[in-house]
Ligand binder design. Structure first.
Ligand SMILES: [Cu+2]
Length: 275
């Protein structure tokens, strides 16, 4: 009896362990490809057609009744045709876009899928940009006609040059690391983000594995939009993208992943004005 009991216990524990390992080992329905791509800039001026769908392919099959894509313009107006299609064979979901509404601008795609394989929900947000001179509504960063007089500059904001407003924030962590974070220009649309990490004695933080940015705009139900910054030199990271796709209050989260030490996490809010 005792032997039988322990055999059953061992088998049960083994099965339980395998299930737990199995659940941990796979990544739910994770996106593996996107059309358009995250952060893609589609230039109509080069003869490219505007995108007619947003399509995302996953590692697992999405459940049609519990999956969605929403595509909004920078005024938070939906520009898709609310005709979600799920291809179980391709493990993909897609939605068509209203071509009449696809003027040059920044578009945010918000998706949610329920995996039929394990019942887990995953969701995410990404941004793409349509550029073109055809109708004078371009949001191209090179155009200056959308930029107005100086907004009320507060503490950490500063004027970067005649055409753009920059944002700069300095944070010193408890362990004596100075983080300097900059956004240029400091308006909606394509921005350059820079982060430097130096010890207060002036030497660069060398053991950085990755720097991630995460953006959320809860009042407009956007995000998390995540980005991995590129290393430009020791201690210096940069990335470009239209992550701040709409005006309003955004939560920014910076994660500096280090080799052999804890992550550095910083969170703060931004108020983004229109370009
Ligand atoms: Cu899962």
């Amino acid at each position: 009896m005792y032997l039988l009991f322990s055999t059953i216990t061992v088998v049960t524990l083994f099965l339980l362990g395998s299930m737990l390992l199995g659940l941990n080992a796979h990544g739910h329905a994770s996106p593996i490809s996107y059309i358009p791509k995250p952060n893609e800039v589609i230039n109509l001026g080069n003869g490219n057609p505007p995108p007619n769908t947003v399509a995302i392919t996953f590692t697992e099959t999405p459940e049609p009744r519990a999956s969605s894509i929403n595509v909004v313009n920078s005024n938070n107006e939906r520009i898709d045709n609310d005709d979600l299609k799920v291809s179980e064979a391709d493990k993909s979901i897609s939605i068509s876009l209203d071509q009449a509404k696809l003027i040059p601008g920044i578009y945010t795609a918000d998706w949610l899928v329920l995996s039929t394989d394990d019942g887990h929900i995953t969701k995410g947000t990404y941004v793409f940009t349509v550029e073109g001179e055809s109708n004078g509504l371009s949001n191209s960063p090179n155009q200056s006609d959308g930029l107005m007089q100086s907004p009320q500059l507060s503490g950490s904001q500063q004027s970067a040059n005649d055409n753009t407003w920059g944002y700069s924030k300095n944070i010193t962590t408890d362990e004596g690391i100075d983080l300097k974070f900059e956004i240029n220009p400091y308006v909606t649309g394509q921005n350059t983000f820079n982060l430097s990490a130096f010890y207060t004695n002036g030497s660069a933080v060398e053991n950085i594995r990755n720097v991630f940015l995460e953006f959320n705009n809860p009042s407009k139900d956007l995000g998390p939009i995540v980005d991995t910054m590129n290393k430009t030199s020791v201690g210096n990271y940069s990335s470009t993208g239209a992550f701040l796709s709409q005006t309003g209050s955004w939560e920014v989260k910076i994660t500096v992943q280090r080799i052999g030490e804890y992550d550095i996490n910083q969170e703060f809010d931004l108020d983004i004005l229109d370009r």
